[in-house]
Write a protein that binds this ligand. Structure first.
Ligand code: BES
Ligand code: ZN
Length: 457
């Protein structure tokens, strides 16, 4: 291992320069204007994977954005096959004016690299590639068989990836999936994530009168879709954070006392949490701690809302239309399709006759859990200890990576989530960044991990 560690230590500056090239490509998946960037980003990635020593690299076109696949199967039949998954697509950058530096011009400050996609997920998937490079350039071999699967649609719910898994079960056959697209619990504390929430993402559209009306002439006699929408939204959740949709909690597996005790051992400081976010009080479901609410209980949040006059000054108008985007984070065993149906049924039940309401199921993903009493998890504990010099913690994440459930359902493989981001690195928001110390220790940890995995019989 020494030669590998020396190589990783002495090439760190070059690794970061290469990562910058990757980050400069504005691979925003949700915007059709960026389709050419998605193409060039997938090509850049494929070329990079070849350059580090992979012989078999393919770019597969899909009805959406391309999938990059590569493999190395020379470790032998007696060694595990590890599927590495990551996503090269990034979130949109708005509001652009809140970025200190341009989102696609990577900038280093205070030991952190700033750009869209640094922590989510280009910087993190690059950690895997640089570890593979260390092996291939120094040992001319990898200790385990590796399959690489990078997609460009994670941030829009991976619409085309499940079918790709179905169609390519043999190609993607593996013993284990490894992903770095989550966060460490806190700086200096390596973390193994064993659960992700699922998601049901809905849109509600309301139409009142067939055109905007003078609010003086018609107000009082015609329902206002914004008022009606606000009423609907307040009926989705009570003031204590309990979700009121009929049947919403029916399939929720209660937290075990053991798990609740484990949560209490995580170093969460509520006062600091409030201070960082400049909020006076936390909010959430009664009877649960903030840690539990953040990752192990279901949620319902309005993500956006529109309607009527938003310009400067006043305009008296009774608008014709209003709408909202609403997401629900799901926990085992809530299923997104069923939750979407319950949501729609509830909205239809409570909506007034004075407006027309349309509910659309935009996308969803199932929650996932990884069993932690396995050799692959033990190997992860050992590797993180070596990479960071600290015993890792086990945690759940509140975010979602819907394809993790498909890896289990379609390929039969569990996923080990070793995240090297930090929770406050502004994923999905302005000034996204990645701590370069974690980038470096991440490469060391993953390098140990491939070695530890090769010892599993
Ligand atoms: N990297 C995140 C997943 C994540 C979020 C992990 C928060 C840990 C904490 C991923 O890129 C992501 O943002 N996923 C989306 C999925 C959705 C679009 C289906 C999410 O969680 O909103
Ligand atoms: Zn993301």
């Amino acid at each position: 291992m020494k030669n590998l560690i020396d190589f990783i230590n002495s090439n760190n500056v070059r690794f970061i320069e290469e990562l910058k090239e990757f980050l400069r490509i504005p691979s925003i998946s949700n915007n059709p204007d960026h389709k050419p960037d998605m193409q060039s980003c997938s090509k850049w990635l494929a070329k990079h994977i070849e350059s580090i020593g992979f012989e078999k690299v393919e770019v597969y076109n899909t009805p959406g954005h391309p999938i990059v696949y590569a493999e190395y199967m020379k470790a032998g039949k007696d060694k595990p096959t590890v599927l590495l998954y990551g996503h090269y697509d990034v979130q949109p950058v708005d509001p652009l004016e809140l970025w200190t530096d341009p989102p696609f011009e990577p900038t280093i400050k205070d030991g952190k690299i700033f750009a869209r996609g640094t922590t989510d997920d280009k910087g993190q998937l690059f950690i895997h590639l640089k570890s593979l490079e260390a092996y291939l350039k120094n040992n001319n071999s990898l200790p385990v068989n590796i399959k690489i699967l990078y997609e460009g649609e994670e941030e829009i719910g991976s619409p085309n990836l499940p079918k790709f898994l179905e169609d390519n079960k043999e190609l993607l056959k593996c013993n284990l999936v490894v992903i770095s697209d989550t966060s460490m619990y806190t700086k200096g504390l390596p973390s193994i994530c064993y659960g992700l929430r699922g998601l049901a993402y809905m849109q509600i559209d309301l139409v009142g009168p067939n055109k905007d009306l003078h609010s003086g002439s018609y107000g009082g006699g015609v329902d206002n879709p914004i008022n009606a929408l606000a009423n609907l939204i307040t009926k989705l959740k009570d003031e204590k954070g309990k979700i009121l949709i009929d049947g919403f909690y029916d399939d929720v597996v209660p937290l075990s006392q053991k798990e609740r005790d484990e949560f209490k051992r995580l170093p969460f400081n509520e006062e600091n949490f409030k201070k960082e976010l400049e909020i006076d009080e936390v909010f959430g479901e009664e009877g649960y701690t903030t840690t539990e609410r953040l990752s192990a209980r279901p949620t319902l949040d309005c993500n956006g809302i529109w309607g009527g006059f938003q310009g400067e000054g006043a305009k008296t108008v009774l608008p014709s239309k209003a709408g909202a985007k609403i997401s629900m984070r799901l926990v085992p065993n809530q299923m997104p399709k069923k939750i979407a149906q319950l949501f729609e049924a509830y909205i239809n039940k409570i909506a007034p006759k004075s407006v027309k309401v349309k509910v659309t199921d935009l996308h969803g993903g199932k929650p996932s859990v990884t069993p932690i009493d396995t050799p692959a998890i033990n190997a992860a504990v050992e590797s993180l200890k070596k990479g960071f010099g600290v015993e890792p913690v086990f945690m759940k994440e509140g975010g979602s990576i819907p394809i993790v459930n498909s890896f289990k359902e379609i390929l039969g493989a569990d996923t080990v989530l070793l995240g090297f981001g930090l929770p406050d690195e502004n994923a999905h928001s302005p000034n996204e960044h990645l701590d370069l110390d974690n980038f470096h220790k991440g490469i060391l940890s993953i390098t140990h991990y491939f070695n530890e995995l090769s010892k599993i019989k």
